[in-house]
Ligand binder design. Structure first.
Ligand SMILES: C[S@@+](CC[C@H](N)C(=O)[O-])C[C@H]1O[C@@H](n2cnc3c(N)ncnc32)[C@H](O)[C@@H]1O
Length: 359
């Protein structure tokens, strides 16, 4: 049956290190490595078939029709071969085909499938990257297009291996940029399909602690950033009125929650929380080079924040250790210790986040 599948008309360049073929049952088609791809290597850079310079929710059938009319006959044929429902059903609306196969480009914080993150601005239709299936513990990443192109914003997107990928292995990426802080149930609600990656297969020795780790990551990020994954503060009254859907309680202690939101978490604890996040991400298999680049420089800088020499010494000793778990263990000696610079750092962070300094 797969011999006659319309996806055979999708043209994969000969230099691309993958082929398209049916994935495991229930996942439609996917991209499979045709040779070893080393960690950090570029997998593929792709130009969009077309770009619609509008927010996802504003894209109309007319917009997609107009973009379609500009395509060459071969490009039109490729667009028309796209299938819904795991590669089985032709799309009824062009907007559906666009939503399922586009990536946010240009101004977004992450390149995710636009049907999952509708708040982004421009959308490009990418025939090949949209064949990559999702995993909550993926082996590739599609960073923001500006990151991937060295700071310049372009319409192309690119995927990179976040670990070594062996020939024959399916290439996956994570469809949502904040899944490192979401439990299995929350991820499946957002995805609207049931993922069976090792963080999702219930009852395994990886899955059970995985939920706890991701919950902890979310809480620790709240303590250090003062906001939830969506950049917002959590309502104070978590189990409030019955009409609203119940909110996951992230920080149960109201005083601690307020201290986080007002950036009054002491430097010592802040340092430990940041190290713990990195360690938990590593345990989750999510500490790739992009994640390290995002988190580690800030932690290194924090060492210089300490105003009390005995604290600074412990922080330096911690960072001199080789592994993240060792760094966390050494840094625990700081837990609860006040520092001469606590007030200054709180003030600096409040100013940085535009919070009234009287808060
Ligand atoms: C952008 S497409 C990916 C390619 C798709 N498999 C195909 O055949 O065209 C996204 C869709 O693939 C399916 N999918 C992707 N990752 C999956 C996973 N881990 N488990 C089950 N289905 C998945 C879902 O139906 C999802 O809506």
């Amino acid at each position: 049956m797969s011999q006659n599948h319309p996806y055979h008309c999708l043209l994969v360049p000969s230099e691309a290190p993958f082929e398209l073929k049916p994935s495991s049952p229930g996942k439609g088609w996917g991209a499979f490595a045709t040779r070893k791809i080393s960690q950090g290597a570029l997998i593929f850079r792709e130009k969009p078939l077309f770009v619609i310079r509008k927010p996802h929710q504003d894209i109309t059938e007319g917009d997609v029709q107009a973009a379609f009319q500009q395509l060459t006959p071969s490009e039109k044929q490729q667009f028309l071969c796209l299938r819904d429902d795991n590669a089985s059903r032709p799309f009824i609306y062009m907007t559906e085909a666009c939503a399922e196969n586009s990536f946010a480009i240009a101004t977004s914080n992450s390149s995710t499938s636009s049907n999952i993150n509708p708040a982004t601005t421009f959308h490009g239709l990418f025939l090949l990257h949209s064949r990559f299936n999702h995993s909550c513990v993926p082996n590739s990443k599609i960073p923001t297009n500006s990151t991937a192109s060295g700071g310049e914003t372009t319409d192309t997107i690119a995927s990179f291996a976040t670990r070594d990928i062996v020939a024959g292995e399916e290439i996956t990426f994570c469809y949502n940029s904040d899944f490192e802080g979401r439990t299995r149930r929350e991820r499946h609600e957002a995805l609207r399909f049931t993922c069976d990656c090792r963080a999702c297969l219930p009852g395994t020795s990886f899955q059970q602690p995985s939920d706890a780790r991701r919950r902890l990551i979310r809480g620790l990020q709240y303590l250090t950033l003062g906001v939830d994954l969506d950049g917002r503060k959590q309502p104070d009254d978590n189990n409030n009125n019955s009409s609203a859907s119940p909110t996951t309680v992230i920080i149960a202690d109201p005083d601690l929650k307020k201290a986080a939101e007002e950036f009054r978490i002491p430097i010592s604890n802040r340092f430990i929380y940041n190290l713990l996040v990195v360690y938990l991400l590593e345990e989750e298999g999510l500490l790739d080079d992009f994640m390290s680049e995002r988190l580690v420089p800030g932690i290194v800088l924090m060492v210089a924040w300490f105003g009390t020499e005995s604290n600074a010494r412990i922080a330096r000793l911690a960072m001199a250790r080789e592994t993240w778990v060792e760094r966390v263990c050494v840094a625990f000696a700081l837990y609860g210790r006040a520092d001469r610079a606590d007030d200054d750092v709180a003030l600096m962070l409040r100013m940085l986040h535009g919070i009234s300094v009287e808060a």
